[in-house]
Design a protein around this ligand. Sequence first.
Ligand SMILES: NC(=O)c1ccc[n+]([C@@H]2O[C@H](COP(=O)([O-])OP(=O)(O)OC[C@H]3O[C@@H](n4cnc5c(N)ncnc54)[C@H](O)[C@@H]3O)[C@@H](O)[C@H]2O)c1
Length: 252
Amino acid sequence: MRLQNKKALITGGGSGIGRATALAMAAEGADVAVVDINLAAAQAVAKEVEALGVKALGIAGDVADEASVQAAVAEAASAFGTISVLFNNAGIIRRANVIDTTTAEWDQVMGVNVRGVFLMCKSVVPLMIANGGGSIINTGSGWGLKGGGDALSYCASKAAVVNMTRALAIDHGKDGVRVNSVNPGDTNTPMLREEARQLSQEEASFLTEANDRPLQRMGTPEEIAEAVVWLASDASSYVTGSALVVDGGGIA
Ligand SMILES: NC(=O)c1ccc[n+]([C@@H]2O[C@H](COP(=O)([O-])OP(=O)(O)OC[C@H]3O[C@@H](n4cnc5c(N)ncnc54)[C@H](O)[C@@H]3O)[C@@H](O)[C@H]2O)c1
């Protein structure tokens, strides 16, 4: 049990990578608070987590909203005693270039993907410091490390996540708080199908393109979860400020 006694909070835990990570962390012994803007999804995953024999919470929360973040963190911390693992995973994408991205869409993507990570860390880092440390994992993307087409706001937001991670690691290493980013390539979740829809591309051809990488297939949410569990666990005790790429060799 690699996460025995850990108390985890996962944003965007109601679907895809967040859900798979909630289950993987629970299987390793962590109690898990699943925070999602979609309460029904958060509660459904919390039920699955509970079935693995740990404590679980399904909490409605919008990571872009400060009051909502504070309430979600307070609920999890009071139920579990503290938060020792934070997985900032909630994210959205808008597939458009600079001309077609509306100002509202830019603000929405930055609000969830960047402000969300900032607000969560602002609430959780003091709890971790009071507790002698913790592990924060932020979901970046291959497109936070290199550019991508028709995804201007997303690329900007994920590059911000990768570098915020380094800044957080520098500030809070002395507090025992480790901060790393996990950077998936195309991973088989509802987000990929949403991208095909936004680009008006046929789903099958979009998914075939996603397989085009050295390992010749897209990733599974469970494969990303495995990397996050490692970063959350004491097995990665000397790792902070890193950008771990889990993408089948896509950006290699
Ligand atoms: N799927 C991929 O190919 C891929 C690749 C690289 C990075 N990522 C990143 O991985 C993360 C998870 O993506 P996924 O593929 O599992 O997507 P997903 O769409 O399956 O899940 C995202 C979850 O976040 C929740 N969410 C959205 N806005 C929120 C908000 N404001 N507050 C709280 N929750 C919110 C959604 O309700 C959903 O449950 C995202 O940050 C995404 O950018 C995904």
